[in-house]
Design a protein around this ligand. Structure first.
Ligand code: AMP
Length: 358
């Protein structure tokens, strides 16, 4: 059984858009309601969801309350009976785990198989580098640290526990022994988190050509910068060196998002990177479509270094529920949440849901 079998039983005029009640769910529901879809919030445990009452334009029609997100696996037949399409976001994947999420027998918007590439550092790097992307250098032996590096624990969410080291001694002082981690060149520059959208079923706009013919189009809907505590405001009380001497280490925990625009002369490169990533994704795992984000640092030489890809909607799109300076030039008031709903709406209308869901 696969997505085409599940969709065969669907009333595609009456789809229900479901996602976990967190992350970007307000934006996803807001967009889905604009296109006339039914909406369902999924929540595990007894978390208070009354905050939805404060946002009637985004409040989901129903709430599915579970003991654990893993219960979604067994509930698949009930969800399919309600014509549910699941929109993945980072929190849902984190709560369920990549393995269980991939196993859900309910249509998921986007290519769920990207998870295998995204969660495997080697596969992700090979994919992005082949796509023409420059990534920060990786240092395998901590004794080789001779310039600033960032140390990232595997599976750490939202930058928690990451630290900067300028030499082996600083690494040794801060490392939690036994915790798997990656040591990466600390790229000096300014951060831009680029929010793309690739539709497989759209013909106009910025066209993408694959080796075997047209792939659809590519949009860049918005850009944010993450606000990270405490690194982003650390300079208010002294230099990092002074603070480290006082025993205060910088941390990278995401606490919010700031809207950004980028120099217009950098846009050709922005599209070139997005195009490369999408084209290469079709060669490696059948394609990356829907929203995705390249997390970049622009150096003083105006070069992009990409330290991460998120292959789905990112919370950095949340400042743009009314649209962004870029999406305004695509369609007034267009959010990423609404763009997802449009793609599903068009696919449902032309009988190609199997092309946008897996
Ligand atoms: P990540 O979990 O990979 O998104 O990283 C969390 C945060 O650490 C990012 O949002 C950046 O602020 C910072 N960061 C990650 N990688 C690098 C790097 N190679 N150079 C400088 N800063 C980085």
């Amino acid at each position: 059984m696969g997505v085409e079998d599940w969709l065969a039983g669907y009333d595609t005029n009456d789809l229900c858009i479901a996602t976990a009640a967190s992350h970007s769910s307000l934006q996803i529901f807001h967009g889905a309601k604009k296109l006339g879809f039914r909406t369902m919030a999924i929540i595990a445990g007894d978390r208070d969801l009354r905050y939805y009452d404060a946002f009637p334009e985004a409040k989901p029609d129903t709430v599915l309350r579970l003991d654990s997100y893993h219960d979604l696996i067994d509930l698949a037949p009930e969800l399919r009976a309600q014509n549910v399409v699941i929109i993945p976001h980072g929190s849902l994947i984190e709560y369920m785990g990549a393995k269980d999420f991939t196993a859900i027998e309910v249509p998921v918007y986007g290519n769920r198989h990207v998870l295998d590439f995204e969660s495997h550092r080697g596969k992700e790097r090979a994919w992005l580098e082949e796509a023409g992307i420059t990534m920060p250098r990786e240092i395998t032996d901590p004794k080789d640290i001779v310039e600033p590096v960032i140390v990232k624990y595997h599976g750490a969410k939202g930058g928690k526990g990451f630290f900067i080291a300028k030499n082996y001694h600083e690494y040794k002082r801060q490392i939690q022994e036994g915790e798997p981690h990656t040591i990466q060149e600390f790229v000096m520059g300014t951060r831009y988190y680029l929010h793309y959208f690739h539709s497989r079923i759209e013909e106009g706009g910025f066209r993408l050509e694959g080796d075997d013919g047209p792939l659809g189009d590519l949009q860049m809907l918005s850009i944010d910068r993450r606000d990270e505590s405490n690194i982003d405001e650390l300079n208010r009380i002294g230099s990092i060196k002074e603070l480290q001497e006082a025993g205060i280490d910088p941390q990278f925990v995401v606490t919010g998002n700031i809207p950004m625009v980028i120099r217009e002369s950098l846009l050709p490169k922005v599209f070139q990177m997005g195009e490369g990533v999408v084209r290469e994704s079709y060669k490696r795992f059948g394609g990356l479509w829907g929203p995705f984000c390249l997390e970049t640092i622009v150096t003083p030489d105006l070069e992009f270094k990409v330290f991460e890809i998120s292959a789905r909607i990112v919370a950095g799109t949340n400042p743009f529920i009314q649209g962004s300076p870029y999406s305004e030039m695509v369609e007034p008031g267009l959010s990423t949440g609404k763009r997802i709903a449009q793609d599903l709406h068009k696919a449902a209308g032309q009988g190609t849901l199997g092309l946008v869901c897996t």
